[in-house]
Design a protein around this ligand. Structure first.
Ligand SMILES: [Zn+2]
Length: 189
């Protein structure tokens, strides 16, 4: 079970997001380390400032930050940061924990949204038969429609939140508002 905190840019963006600039910014603020990583690296270890950028809710866990183990002795998954290769396409990210949205036309919860989802990003409401653009549905903090994201592996939903200063520094390189969500076993269409 892979749990992630996903930070993503809210569309529309004024210009394409530069992966290199995002990577450099994350190094500069200390979210990630490994300055000399090859350019095709996608997953990075946490940097020294990780705990000052992401705030854990409740009692502070013994985080699995720099070990070689996938899980530490407390059963916590290793925290790593994924910076995907850039694409200029827009896509929908969701997970096993994504909640059924409500139809904006008839207010019925679209429980069959996964099976009703088309590659045109439309979801048919089983109640009123409207085809709803998934961008017009309220997903809360459990899905994202975006063109660029970074994912922090090993964070359970609502376990931690990114600090405002972290979001602000990302907004400078994303050229867009930055939001976040929690995804369990992420899917992308
Ligand atoms: Zn409906």
């Amino acid at each position: 079970m892979k749990n992630q905190l996903v930070l993503y840019c809210q569309l529309p963006v004024s210009k394409p997001v530069s992966r290199k600039l995002v990577h450099n910014k994350l190094l500069e603020i200390g979210l990630i380390s490994a300055i000399n990583a090859p350019t095709n690296t996608v997953v990075f270890p946490t940097g020294l400032q990780f705990n000052n950028l992401v705030s854990f809710v409740g009692c502070s866990p013994i985080l699995n930050l720099d070990s070689e183990q996938a899980e530490n002795e407390f059963g916590l998954a290793k925290i790593e940061i994924e910076i995907p290769q850039a694409s200029n396409e827009e896509y929908f990210l969701f997970g096993e924990n994504t909640r059924a949205p409500k139809c904006p036309i008839c207010s019925t919860t679209i429980n069959a949204w996964r099976s009703n989802l088309t590659t045109d990003y439309l979801i048919r409401c089983s109640h009123c038969n409207s085809d709803i653009d998934l961008k017009n549905l309220a997903w809360g903090k459990y899905a994202a429609y975006t063109c660029f994201y970074i994912a922090i592996n090993g964070i359970y939903q609502r376990e931690a939140i990114p600090l405002d200063s972290f979001l602000k520094s990302l907004e400078l390189v994303f050229n867009a508002e930055v939001k976040y969500c929690y995804l369990q076993n992420r899917s992308k269409i």
